[in-house]
Design a protein around this ligand. Structure first.
Ligand code: HCA
Ligand code: CU
Length: 389
């Protein structure tokens, strides 16, 4: 069955300035687990003793999700990860020509030998361990080399091969650098050898194509997609969790698999803990994502919200919101009064006019009215002035 791997706690912690304490990691992992995430990557234990502590803490929490660590392709690092009591281990090692020549200074065959040795070692220590091997920068690696190293890794004991688009290079519709091409070719070549690992994808958002690439991979038969909350990660980050889930449901995955109702709290928690605010226009979880503003729109959504949106909010456990400002008309004020339980004021023509005037006066100064507290105060002010006059 298709799975989601969340890397908020590993890739997400590689966002400059972000740090999650072990306790915060546990809290975030509990939310991810409740939502129905299958694999949770908690960190690379070689980075700091705190990360080892966090991995062990989450691994002991008896969550349904598989709990994992990320590791360089080195026996001492892998051992550190195993010591944390993990179910899942992600080993990464690039075989791209540029990395071998300009970074590692070894040959392809030497890399292959090291990868096989480390995977064999990990599997021998714990045969139940789920092992993922990632040829980092796979999309900028000759596909023949990806196939060769993936074959050797699976034969050595890897259960998952991840096609990492480490630099955001993949492009849908460009055949030889698309995920469809990589996923289909790799699956086919391995199947020809009677090897059937799960194929994962890890899409970076450098050109804003992470989601498109992930969906391209999904359509081509990828088994696992990596995500993070708010798309946190190195540079422009990776695929955002909520946006991906919504799109997968649109593409036919059963929505019953995921508890959308916990997303709001999870995003709030991650945003607070990471000090990365969610842009208002962010899909699904942005403050404006389901806010209607222009008079024409508000008039229509008062009749039926689906007239100006295509996503069903009930299943997302979201509510429509109304914004008031320069674009608002009389209908917006009426609807807003209804929402705060002041229907009786709708009949008061002069009051409606003065509320609208006040809304526009504030909007000109750059204030957008929040439908609750601010609007209630504004209405009370207008009522007081009217009574006084
Ligand atoms: C990294 C790079 C990585 C690894 C992905 C993986 C990438 O930060 O170490 O191990 O599956 O984008 O290639 O995140
Ligand atoms: Cu990455």
């Amino acid at each position: 069955m298709f799975q989601i791997l969340d890397s908020t706690l590993r890739e997400g912690e590689q966002t400059p300035g972000v740090y999650f304490s072990p306790e915060t990691k546990l809290l975030i992992a509990q939310y991810l687990d409740r939502i129905g995430i299958d694999i949770i990557e908690v960190g690379n234990p070689a980075v700091s003793p705190e990360i080892s502590e966090a991995i062990a803490l989450v691994a002991q929490a008896k969550l349904n999700a598989k709990i994992g660590a990320h590791s360089l392709c080195r026996i001492d690092h892998v051992q550190k990860a195993l010591d944390c009591g993990i179910d899942f281990l992600g080993i990464f090692f690039s075989v791209a020509k540029h990395r071998l020549e300009r970074d590692y200074h070894i040959t392809f065959d030497q890399a292959l030998e090291q990868i096989v040795e480390v995977i064999r070692y990990a599997k021998a220590q714990n045969p139940n361990l789920l092992i993922r091997y990632t040829p980092e920068d796979a999309t900028r690696t000759e596909i023949e080399q990806v196939i060769e190293v993936a074959t050797a890794a699976v034969q050595a004991g890897a259960d998952i091969i991840s096609i990492a688009d480490t630099t955001g290079y993949a492009t849908p519709f460009q055949p030889d650098r698309s995920y469809a091409y990589f996923v289909k070719t790799l699956k086919q070549k391995l199947a020809d050898l009677q090897l059937f690992p799960k194929i994962a994808v890890h899409c970076h958002n450098d050109r804003g194509l992470a989601l498109a690439n992930a969906l391209d991979a999904y359509k081509a038969g990828a088994d696992i997609i990596d995500v993070s909350v708010i798309g946190l990660g190195e540079r422009a980050g990776i695929v955002d969790l909520a946006t991906l889930l919504v799109n997968l449901v649109e593409m036919g995955e059963s929505k019953r698999r995921w508890e959308f109702k916990y997303l709001q709290e999870l995003y709030h928690l991650v945003s607070q803990a990471s000090r990365i605010s969610i842009p208002p226009l962010f899909p699904i979880m942005g403050k404006n994502a389901f806010t209607h503003y222009a008079g024409v729109h508000v008039t229509a959504i008062a009749k039926d919200p689906m007239l100006y949106q295509s996503l069903n909010l009930e299943s997302l456990a979201h509510q429509n919101k109304l914004a008031l400002g320069m674009q608002s008309g009389r209908n917006s004020i009426e609807l807003a009064l209804k929402q705060i339980g002041k229907e009786e004021m709708i009949e008061n023509e002069s009051l409606i006019k003065s509320i609208l005037k006040e809304v526009k006066f504030l909007a000109k100064q750059g204030t957008l009215i929040d439908i609750h507290n601010e609007f209630i105060n504004l209405v009370n002010r207008c009522v007081a002035i009217e009574n006084f006059e």
